[in-house]
Design a protein around this ligand. Structure first.
Ligand SMILES: [Zn+2]
Length: 128
């Protein structure tokens, strides 16, 4: 990664839900913010942890499943329909958080979780 903003990411209470992660500097659209690190697991194990353990901290795309439950910051990433970040593939089948638009210092970092149930409970201005 040519830029690492992780040191500028802080965890604090969010108006969206519980704690959230916030950025303390401006970030231009398209910049990588931080790697999404944790335990690499299989798709079957992902399904088992979600169903049996209620684990909501697993990030995945078509190739990678990463359980971030024991990772400090990224697990507090909240959903927002008007999101400002996206999860992309990084090197070695990993995942990374990237700015999907220009982000201003102080903003909460958010993604679109992208599964149907989230929109039922979402209280954002797009869903209300
Ligand atoms: Zn919404």
């Amino acid at each position: 990664m040519n830029s690492n903003y992780e040191n500028f990411v802080i965890v604090k209470p969010s108006v969206i839900h519980g704690n959230g992660i916030f950025i303390t500097v401006d970030i231009p659209s398209g910049k990588d913010i931080m790697l999404i690190e944790g335990e690499v697991i299989t798709e079957d194990e992902c399904i088992r942890r979600e169903e049996e353990e209620g684990n909501v901290y697993i990030f995945w795309n078509e190739d990678s499943y990463i359980d971030t439950e024991k990772t400090e910051k990224i697990k507090y990433l909240n959903h927002k329909c008007d999101f400002n970040c996206e999860v992309l593939e990084s090197e070695n089948n990993g995942l990374k958080l990237t700015a999907s638009r220009d982000i201003t210092a102080g903003e909460e970092l958010t993604i679109d979780y992208g599964y149907d149930e989230i929109y039922e409970f979402c209280r954002c201005s797009l869903c209300a």
